[in-house]
Every structure is written in C-alpha cells, then in structure tokens.
Design a binder for this molecule. Sequence first.
Ligand code: NA7
Length: 535
Amino acid sequence: MSEPDQVDVVVVGAGAAGMYMVHKLHSMGLTVRCFEAGADVGGTWYWNRYPGARCDVESIDYSYSFDPELEQEWDWSERYATQPEILRYLRHVADRYGLRRFIIFSTRVVSARFDEPAGQWRVRTDSGETVSARFCVFATGSLSDVRVPGFPGLDEFTGSWYHTARWPHREVDFTGRRVGVIGTGSSGIQCAPVIARQAAHLYVFQRTANFSIPAQNQPHTPQSRAAYKATYAERRRKSRASGGGSPHETYPKNTLETTPEERRAIFERQWQLGGVLFSKTFPDQLRDRAANDEAVAFFTEKVRAMVGDPAIADLLLPNDHPIGTKRICTDTDYYQTFNRDNVTLVDVRSAPIERITRAGIRTAAAEYELDDIVFATGFDAMTGALAKIDIRGRDGLALRDAWSAGPRTYLGLMVAGFPNMFVVTGPGSPSVLANMILAAEQHVEWIAEAIGHLDRTGRSTIEPAAHAQDGWVDYCNELAGQTLFPEANSWYLGANVPGKPRVFMPFIGGLGAYREICAEVARDGYRGFDLKESV
Ligand code: NA7
C-alpha cells in the first residue's frame, strides 16, 4: 500500500518524545507520519548500547506518566535500569499503543522547507520520499549527534573502534584485549568499570576529570515495587512541580546556615541515597561558590577514600568547574576501577593525544598499543541533530543561519520565522536539566493542545513574535547568569564542540516553573505567538 504524501503532522524521531507525540496526535484524530533514523523505536536507548549503559534518573521517574495503567503494568527490575531494559520498555510502549504503523524506520529526514503560499511543510528523506504536512515536529534528541574528534590516523588503526552512542547491535567481547577508552563523561564513566572486568588491560584517556557519584543502585523487590506503584500519582505530582522532574527536595536550609556536623550528616545522607541529586543536596549549591566548595570538599574526601593511590586520586579530582555545573555523572565502581592492576589512567590534559597509529594511540608523552578504541567523546548537544537537517522557514530562512550565533527559541518550543514548526526538548527548554521523559511529555501535550487550539479556532499557523523570542532568550541568559553554570566548559554551553558559539542553551528555571509559564502563555491566548486565520 502506498502511503499518502499529505498528512497533518510530520514527526521527526521515534525516541521517547517522538513516540508520545505520535500517540497523542493520532488520538486527536490527526494524520501523522514519523521518520526515524534507527531500525526501531527508542532513540537514545536504541543507539547507546555500550557496556554499562544505564539511565542516571531512577526508572520509576524516567518513564511515561501519561497512562496510569502503563505505570501499574510495567515492573522495573532495578532502581537505575540498564539500556536493554529501557529499550524493552519503549518497545513495549510502541506495541501497546500501536505506534509502529505510523513510523518509517531506517530513514533520515534530510530537509524540511516551509512552503509559505501553500502553508505546508515539505519534508524530504534520504530514501527520496517527500511528504507535505501542516505541522512539523522535531523530536530529534538533545544528545543524538555523535562527536568523534578528528584525530589524525584513525583510518590507519588496525584494531576495532567504537563510539559509545553508535555501539554495534551485537555483543562486543573485550576478553584478553587491550582497550583504550577516550573520554570521562557519563558514557566513559559507565563503561570503564565493565570493560575493565573483561579486558586484559584498560587505558582510560582522561582530558578533564568529572564529578561522579556512586549510584547506590539496587534491585527492586516485590515490596519496593508495590510501594512505588501505590504512590505513583503523588510522586508524579511532586515531580512535575519540581525543578528536575523527580520528587527530590533539597534540604530546607542553605549550606552555610548549617553547622559543620549537620552539613556533613546531610551530605552523607544524600551520598548514601546516591546519584545525580547530590548536586542538589542544598538549595544554594549551584548558585553560591562557597556552598559549592563545601560539596566539593565532601566529594573529595569520598574519592580519596575509594582510590588506593593518592596520585591517581589527585588526577581523578576535577579542578576546573564547580560540582554540578557540568552534567554530574553516576557510576557503579568507577573510582575503584583505578585500584585494579589491569587499569591505567592516562592524563591527556598534560600530554594530549597527538594521533591514532596503526597500533594504538600516541600522546605527547607515550604510545599505547591497543586492540580496541572506545570513543566516549560525546555529542554536538541540543543543536547538532537539527543542524544536520536543511530546515528552512519563511523566505527560505535556514535554521542554521537563524541560529548561527547560538539557538534562539520562544519557550524552547518554536522559532520565529518557522511557522508551525515545533521542537521537543530543545534549546530554551529545561529538558536536559530535568527528567527527560517527564519534560518531553509536557512539550508533547503543549504542542498537541496548540494544534488543537488552531483547529478549533479556525487558524492555520502559529509562530512566535520576534520580540517574544528575544525576551525568552534574554530571560534564559539572565537566569543562567544567576548560577555557577556558565563557569563550566560544558555541552550545555556548546563548549565541547570547537567553534560552536558559547551560549548557555537550556532554561535553568526548573521544570515546575517552566510548566507554569507554558501553561499560562497558552491560557493567555498564546501570548507572544502570532496566530493567523485560515484563508
Ligand atoms: P560528554 O559528557 O560530553 O563527555 C565526553 C568526554 O570525551 C569528555 O570527558 C571529554 O573531555 C572527552 N573528549 C572529547 N573530545 C576529546 C579529545 N579530543 N581528547 C580527549 N578527550 C576528549 O559525553 P558523554 O557521552 O559521556 O555524556 C553525554 C551526556 O549523556 C551526559 O552528560 C548525560 O547527560 C548523558 P573534555 O571534558 O572535553 O576535556
């Protein structure tokens, strides 16, 4: 059966956000076509199959909340689910809601152009298919455009190489092999301990040390499962109103309003709870340098206690950014991994990688013979995936040009000059600082409601006014400037990609506050948006 070339909405991407967008639009009676580059649903969880890949948000939070029946029927096996378990969950969701029939897999969108006279988006794919749609929704992911640094010589390497986010869809066995992992962000920190247990020798090439907090992961038991299922509604209510999309609450006092004993006890309690929320133990930790220093001091003591060799501990301790201002990592046995005889930490800050050779990696100080290289070198975050698509709005304006000095959106949802084009979890939204699934749900619901509103009121297009977008960008910058975040060379600022404009991309005011702003704008007749009558 040939597919119609005209639909109401094209959705780009079938990760957690795109899947829910498809479900929502279909349930409103709209026609929808989704294009997905992978051969299956899952987005991040389809691609990131490296050993040790897990979510750093608890699964009971990092899961859809739109259907209480789904919440009740799915059993999470661990506090922090592994990649295979999350992918299983997303596949289950695709089947349960019959989403696959709307998704064209293994197909990339290469261009999307707004045909102004017709009021249609013309979307073209790498298979040559074109489709027209009244609306176009990009759910292309914030961390989906993979970065492999351009070291000379990679094509000469006689071993195998991998990127953590393009891992082969098969078991990779490192038994007996000499493996080099480049990068110590979340991905490197998660895979190093697992690879170390298999490999003959693991070399971890670290340019910048990161803060990582032990996850204190545990299996769920029938009792813990029953307990979370009984309180789901309340948990979600709190999460939606929170800063980060989980029920976590910071301690009710600022750091230095506590006594040293009290402070220590509170840090210890949060450390034992485990995971990323350590960076939000006290309310002022990400705003006040002195408060942040207290958290760093506690962290430092913990790392020194875990690492046998004080010189290695020194190297593993970050000294370039306040804790939490780069995405904080979560691990299982990361620091202890460096106590193993078959693991070497290689400091490529003092002696950078010069080239890949036939036999391995050469730094300014030495050559390391390797059988395998794992690039855990991250992504062109938040804008990379969109920049790869030739997106053109009114008057042929290219999104790449509109964003050449950094991304500009209104509410993180729409871009001036690009009518009827929505971005899910993009720049100007709080998603990357929050529980991504809950954040994506809110975007999807807002977009669906906006489309419904246009249809109900006889309008054909919605587009942000330039002044509203300018105001939002200024507000995002102002909020970021009140925090310590701009001090870190993080991917939030594009600082990991040479030549990328240094602009703090997310909205840092918190998910709860953001939800209220978006809802209020809609209630106020889509304040700041131009809505045009159908002709
Ligand atoms: P990240 O967090 O961007 O980490 C990438 C790592 O790769 C980081 O340690 C980089 O060091 C390192 N890197 C990148 N380029 C180089 C070169 N040329 N030489 C040496 N080292 C390099 O990516 P992840 O995949 O770990 O995590 C991304 C997000 O996914 C994470 O924040 C979670 O939200 C989930 P650098 O710091 O640039 O010196």
